[in-house]
Design a protein around this ligand. Structure first.
Ligand code: NAD
Length: 355
């Protein structure tokens, strides 16, 4: 293997506890951080489990806030802040997926309170210093070490209830981070190792999970892959695929993980000729010969909807998205060409195989 130099490697500080049943270490981890009065955060559907976690913590928990919402609306953050300040809490425990982690990060940004995250999906936000927030329908994204959680407790048991469909799309969302990390302009050999391993672990385990959601070994592999994928998302810059997902998700309000999953084979096909080493590694991780086709087939195996039209994107949006995709582009291995991008989006809209 030819080592690509020079590179910069800047690992982020985070403590990770990984295993089956590790949630039992939560109290010890809070004490490790010197926390005495935390608020447990969750979405409304996960409120009962959040209450249980708070009850188990006894005096270490000051209360629960169970109104975390997708895309981190600023109004929700302000409401949560009032609650947290009224309790004089000294930290937050985010129990859930990217929506709950987002709320914890938004609170940390404003207060510097330490965060402990118990992830229950494969989104990977817990490993990144990135925060996306929405206000008045506008999404803004920022990158700050202030929002990076102090401790992440991965407990495989907490992912067993994640429905098969969400597991599949959330896992493909994680694969998207890893795939783009392999051709990031600021990539490095360590991140590439982690990214390839993430794709391998997730692509091996997700097909088992969709048929057997309680398979502990597959769930362990998938969560391990999600951790790695989140780590690489937090370490290097993303490219065309994430730009397109941002444009399409924001403009047509498409579901986040499903959109990433359906779009990914097409973004990878677009970059295939310009990033041969990344393609070789993605294909190797998938156990196939063609990266884009392999991702398309993995989606099929997982029962993921391939057509953006079925997710709610109007056909008239294809041109609008192509216009927006070439504005303020992210760095990308293949130069952006509006006509080819239009074709990419049109294929994804129709759910055709990547080309
Ligand atoms: P989510 O957190 O919105 O969870 C999806 C749904 O699944 C929710 O209703 C939740 O209550 C439920 N759920 C979660 N875990 C469950 C479980 N184990 N069992 C049963 N139900 C469960 O979705 P997500 O995909 O985890 O996160 C998406 C959000 O995260 C988006 O807003 C995205 O922008 C953000 N995100 C941010 C980053 C970052 O680095 N900032 C990275 C990835 C995703």
């Amino acid at each position: 293997m030819k080592l690509s130099v020079p590179f910069t490697y800047n690992p982020l500080p985070a403590r990770v506890v990984f295993g089956v049943g590790t949630r039992e270490q939560l109290a010890a981890e809070l004490q490790h951080l010197g926390l005495k009065r935390v608020v447990v955060l969750s979405t409304p559907p996960q409120a009962a489990d959040a209450e249980k976690i708070a009850a188990e913590l006894g005096e270490l928990a000051a209360g629960t806030y169970t109104n975390a919402t997708m895309h981190t609306p600023v109004e929700v953050t302000e409401d949560a802040l009032k609650f947290i300040q009224s309790l004089r809490a000294d930290g937050v425990v985010a129990f859930g997926g990217g929506s709950t982690t987002g709320l914890g990060k938004a609170i940390a940004l404003r207060t510097d309170l330490p965060q402990v995250v118990l992830p229950t999906t494969y989104a990977g936000s817990e490993m990144t210093p990135i925060l996306g927030e929405t206000q008045g329908g506008q999404k803004t994204t920022q990158n700050s070490l202030k929002v990076l959680p102090e401790t992440v407790i991965y407990d495989v048991n907490l992912t067993l209830s994640l429905p098969p469909g969400i597991s599949a799309s959330s896992g493909m969302n994680a694969i998207a981070h890893a795939a783009e990390a392999l051709y990031a302009t600021d990539g490095n050999p360590i991140v590439s190792l982690m990214a390839e391993e993430a794709i391998h672990a997730l692509s091996q385990s997700l097909p088992i999970i969709v048929h057997d959601p309680h398979n502990l070994e597959a769930r362990t592999q998938a969560l391990y892959g999600a951790w790695l994928a989140g780590s690489v998302l937090g370490s290097v810059g993303m490219a065309l695929h994430h730009k397109l997902a941002h444009v399409l998700g924001g403009t047509f309000n498409l579901p986040h993980a499903e959109l990433h999953a359906a779009l990914l084979p097409h973004s990878i096909a677009y970059n295939a000729s310009a990033a041969p080493e990344a393609m070789r590694r993605i294909a190797r991780a998938l156990g196939t010969t063609d990266a884009a086709q392999g991702l398309y087939e993995l989606n099929q195996k997982l029962g993921i909807e391939p057509a953006l039209s079925a997710l709610g994107m109007p056909e008239a949006g294809i041109d609008q998205a192509a216009d927006q995709a070439v504005q303020k582009p992210y760095p990308n291995p293949r130069p952006l060409d509006r006509e080819s991008l239009r074709e990419l989006i049109a294929r994804a809209w129709a759910g055709q195989a990547p080309q």
